[in-house]
Design a protein around this ligand. Structure first.
Ligand code: ZN
Ligand code: ZN
Length: 429
């Protein structure tokens, strides 16, 4: 029996890079991951897993049965790309104009296949079973729910789950493994202010929806500054506004769209209720009406303390204890939270900052980065020296350091293998 997954994973490094580059060349958008799912399912079947495809439209589930009795661990990886036109100039850049793996899900899929390879190699010592879940449509926040509705968490139901996200703004070899809130909840809303159209020269005969909308935008921020507990982070952003047709006509309607980001459901509930209360009062004061519609809620990513402690030990075994931090939280969202809401587990962030020094030495400085950016990642200390800044996720120049792939595979394999072996939920015989 071996659990030296760090060195085993290094022997897979070339294969991991080949998978990642293949996925990178052939990016597929949400719920269109047919080719990716085909490669994934083919490899899992080759390893001897029981494979199910078309779970939640384009998702894949693979079950690896250990030779020893035990509980079930779920590992989740996402597969989708983004509608972004790639500008990296990499030799394995996207071959499809307007589609790009700009979030690292190509790396996640490769890591998933790597973990399956590592654990299948230990099948005779493996306790319980591992359920591999390759998820579509993370970027539109719908893939996790689609798989859950298709029964991905049933038969067998998992006892624990683990997952990861590579992070281009965190140095290679570092990780954030954090109990409790890690990433934010995301809500999307549409707000319409309904007034009464009239001549622009005779405003007293109408109700100016633009004037009411202006008050609404300013006053909604007082919910963040006055109603929210200042120790509970929240962001309220109006990202789009449309209203009015002519310079001399009082607008009857103004449509806005925005997003709310929070970390805990109580704060979210407070803000939702206060938005309604404030808009009702404001519109009543001016004789206007409003319609507030919420959609596409993604819950916050909240990690189970026990699963997180276990995952932290695995990350420390692979990266060294000093490389594993327990923060900070970030305002981005991830629908892995749908699984974490139903199964205790832990999702971690693995540094994959590309080594820009190697590249910027060959060309004139600044060429690769496209100008200075003020993006700050989970780690401020980006490694020092005059290196080009790493590109953030969802940038057309986004890239990862592929040396993160074996690290991610090793951490997840180690965490899963040891959890199944030592889980307190395991029944004594
Ligand atoms: Zn993304
Ligand atoms: Zn992502």
């Amino acid at each position: 029996m071996t659990s030296d997954f760090a060195s085993l994973a290094q022997t897979l490094a070339d294969q991991l890079v080949a998978w990642r580059r293949y996925f990178h060349r052939h990016p597929e958008l949400a719920f269109q991951e047919e080719r990716t799912a085909g490669i994934v399912a083919g490899h899992l079947a080759q390893l001897g897993l029981e494979v199910q495809t078309g779970v939640g439209r384009t998702g894949v589930v693979g079950i690896l049965e250990g030779a020893q009795p035990g509980p079930t661990a779920l590992l989740r990886f996402d597969m989708d790309a983004l509608p972004i036109h790639e500008e990296t100039g990499l030799p394995f850049a996207s071959q499809t104009p307007g589609k790009m793996h700009a979030c690292g899900h190509d790396g996640h899929s490769a890591i998933g296949l790597g973990v399956a390879t590592l654990l299948a190699g230990q099948q005779e010592h493996l306790a319980g079973r591992v359920k591999f879940l390759f998820q579509p449509a993370e970027e539109i926040g719908q893939g996790a729910r689609a798989m859950i509705e298709a029964g991905a968490l049933l038969d067998p139901a998992p006892d624990v789950m683990f997952g990861l996200h590579l992070w281009s703004l965190m140095p290679l070899g570092q990780a954030v493994v954090k109990a409790g809130s890690l990433w934010a909840a995301a809500d999307r809303f549409a707000l319409e202010i309904i007034g009464h159209g009239s001549h622009g020269a005779m405003p007293h005969q109408g109700i100016d929806a633009i004037a009411v909308a202006a008050f609404a935008i300013a006053q909604l921020q007082t919910i963040i500054s006055r109603d929210r507990d200042p120790l509970q982070p929240a962001v309220l952003t109006i990202g789009a506004i449309h209203g009015g047709d002519a310079f001399n006509v009082l607008a009857e309607r103004v449509q806005m769209e925005g997003t709310l980001r929070t970390f805990d459901l109580a704060t979210r509930a407070t803000i939702l209720a206060r938005m309604d209360g404030l808009l009702a009062g404001l519109c009543a004061a001016y004789g206007a009406a409003y319609r507030l519609t919420w959609r596409d809620f993604t819950p916050p990513v909240i990690n189970d303390p026990r699963a997180t402690a276990h995952l932290r030990a695995a990350a420390a075994a692979v990266l060294g204890a000093e490389a594993v931090a327990d923060g900070p939280m970030m305002m981005v969202a991830e629908d892995v939270s749908e699984f974490l809401n139903r199964t205790p587990g832990s999702f971690f962030v693995l540094g994959a900052m590309p080594d820009r020094r190697a590249r910027s030495e060959t060309g004139p400085s600044g060429e690769a980065g496209g100008g200075a950016r003020s993006e700050t990642g989970p780690s401020g200390e980006a490694g020092g020296g005059a290196t080009a800044p790493a590109e953030p996720h969802h940038s057309p120049r986004f890239d990862i350091d592929e040396r993160a792939l074996p690290l991610g595979a090793a951490i997840l394999a180690h965490a899963t293998y040891t959890w199944l072996l030592h889980s307190p939920t395991q029944q004594p015989t």
